[in-house]
Design a protein around this ligand. Sequence first.
Ligand code: ATP
Length: 503
Amino acid sequence: MTSEELFKNLIAHAKEYGFIFPSSEIYDGLSAVYDYGQMGVELKNNIKNYWWNAMVRQHDNIVGIDSAIFMHPRIWEASGHVGAFNDPLIDNRDSKKRYRADVLLEEHIAKIEDKITKEVEKGRKKFGGAFDEAQFRATHPNVLRNAAKAAEIRENMNAALNANDLDVLKQLIIDCEIVCPVSGSRNWTDVRQFNLMFSTQLGSVSDEAGVIYLRPETAQGIFVNFLNVQKTGRMKIPFGIAQIGKAFRNEIVARQFIFRMREFEQMEMQFFVRPGEEMKWYEYWKNERLRWHQSLGLGNEKYRFHDHEKLAHYANAAADIEFNFPFGFKELEGIHSRTDFDLSRHQEFSGRKQQYFDSETNENYVPYVIETSIGLDRTFLAVLSAAYCEEQLANGEERVVLRIPPVLAPVKLAVLPLVKKDGLPEKAREILQTLRSDFNCQYDEKDSIGKRYRRQDAIGTPFCITIDHQTLEDNRVTIRYRDTMQQDRLPVAEVAVAVGSFQ
Ligand code: ATP
């Protein structure tokens, strides 16, 4: 099965089992907006808790806030979003489809890099054990030519983006002979800038003065509360403020399921440090965040760093943690050294000092900031796509199992009476009652036990216990493990420990 087919199956599965529904589905949906269903919301809440626990609970010097989505419009002028939160868009006149100019170029570069990979694989097959990849890459004429081509396009694109030169971007698209994937033509419009912020009106006045924005990132809510938190929490630098919340971006091309949405959630942490110490903390948080991802156990090889060449207007260093999604390695989290840009700008625009008095150095300064910014929905997709597995069993049957890390699984334990009579349902409910305050449990008495196991596999429940006639006599149950499908017999009193120890 191709990864594209697998991804399609995953999307269908997510809908069938109550993880994700297209928004407003009975009205034919709303583009790039999704709703989380009964299983989805559990998984999402568990991801939030896992992050919050690691970032806030485990650090003495990090606290959380929950700021409003609506903020004073001057904030977005100060942050640079009104002037510079743009994407370069280009239309194809024949298909009437709209694209991000930089994405068209990135995809073109990816195709060239694909050719290189294929050439290397050909070489590996040809030379077998004697194959020296480094030497092959350094000498093979086709590889060298394509690598130089990709590097040149990337360099020109980054230069054009940095200089905001839209004519050069268009020329690059023409020079690379990029065609519209839908119409196949090269009939392109000029490249234009498009601001990604949604705007709306505050109150009943519908003039310019009433315009406010839906926040495109949660970070600014943290910056404008920097002194509130620092003073009321008596925080000493270095310290961090964390927040989980909705953000909105009018993405030009929103696709790949919940990877790129117009309404999404971010989990961000801004870490305030002494000027001059930002690179040390930048490296620290890069490593810490990678460790957090790896602790989920989805496979260390699924992550990689991508250092930014084109830096945002506020940053002096930036890297992404990329995840190997079903459509390739893409950004999951950004770690940015944001300098003192945001606080200085708010100081300038609000006229209020945004400084910290450092009692160790006896100095007043505007702190520097390291940001860790991770998409909750993208993490959800990472977990789901790593967990989704279509499996052929030894007895010839097939099962779809979600190998979600137990700590994140929507339902931790299913309680299943073997039959619907002889007092087994009553006994099962009695056991359920003692366990449901410890973890999310599900009770199921319908259909054969095999079918019930399959249903739990499909939503990723790591443990099932079965109550049978023997249980009535010895108070022992059969516990069945999702991943190995192995079964053990154990006393009811030990179930909580068995389930808890895997969390
Ligand atoms: P991209 O380059 O993919 O557009 P970005 O660099 O603009 O992302 P940031 O501004 O760094 O993203 O936002 C931080 C995180 O928020 C991203 O790493 C991503 O996980 C998440 N995110 C950003 N835009 C979206 C979106 N449209 N849908 C879902 N998650 C998003």
